[in-house]
Design a protein around this ligand. Structure first.
Ligand code: HEC
Length: 147
C-alpha cells in the first residue's frame, strides 16, 4: 500500500512538471504543443520582427524562404515561411521559435529561447538565450502577419 501511494505521488509530481514549464514570459504547454504569453506587457512589433528575422545574428533566412525581396539568398533546409501565419496561430508559432525540438527532438533548427548550459558552454553565454523575450514576440508578430 505504501509503495502504491508513493508511486502515485511520484507519477503526479512528474506529470505536473511535464505538462507545462514556466518562465517569466512564456508558458509552454507540452500536450497542446503551444507556448502562451504570460507577460501581457510584452507586445511584439512586426517591423522589428522582420529586422531581427533578416539579421545574420539569427540566420532564419539561411534555412527558410520568406517574402523579403531584398534578401537574395534564402535557404531551403526548412519549410518556406510564406503564408505561415495562415497555417499556425501565434501560440504555435511561438513554441516553434522558442524551442522547436519540443516538437521534433531531431530538428536542426536552433532553440532560440532556451538557456544554453552545456558542459562546454563558454562562461559569457552560460544561461543566456539566443533571442530576448521581446525579440521572440517581435518575430512571432512578423511571422503571424505572413498570410
Ligand atoms: C539550421 C536551419 C534553421 C534555422 C537557422 C532556422 N530554422 Fe526554422 N525550421 C527549420 C526546419 C528544418 C524546420 C522544420 C521543422 C523541423 O525541423 O521539425 C523549421 C521550422 C520552422 C517553423 C515551422 C514552419 C512550418 O511550416 O511548419 C517556423 C515558424 C520556423 N522554423 C521559424 C524560424 C525562425 C523564426 C528562425 C530564426 C529565428 C528559424 N526558423 C531558423 C530549420 C531552421
Amino acid at each position: 500500500m505504501k509503495y502504491f501511494i508513493t508511486t502515485i505521488l511520484i507519477f503526479k509530481l512528474t506529470t505536473s512538471f511535464c505538462i507545462s514549464e514556466n518562465n517569466d514570459y512564456f508558458q509552454i504547454n507540452y500536450s497542446k504543443l503551444i507556448a502562451e504569453k504570460k507577460n501581457k506587457k510584452l507586445v511584439g512589433n512586426i517591423s522589428n520582427g522582420k529586422e531581427v528575422f533578416s539579421s545574420r545574428k539569427v540566420n532564419c533566412l539561411s534555412c527558410h524562404e520568406a517574402p523579403i525581396k531584398e534578401e537574395k539568398f534564402q535557404g531551403n533546409f526548412g519549410p518556406s515561411l510564406i503564408g505561415v501565419g495562415a497555417r499556425y496561430n501565434k501560440e504555435e508559432i511561438r513554441l516553434r521559435v522558442i524551442d522547436t525540438k519540443i516538437i521534433n527532438p531531431e530538428s536542426i533548427m536552433p532553440s532560440y529561447f532556451k538557456k544554453i548550459n552545456y558542459a562546454r558552454t563558454p562562461k559569457n553565454l552560460l544561461n543566456k538565450t539566443i533571442l530576448s523575450a521581446q525579440e521572440v514576440e517581435d518575430i512571432v508578430e512578423y511571422l503571424y502577419s505572413l498570410k
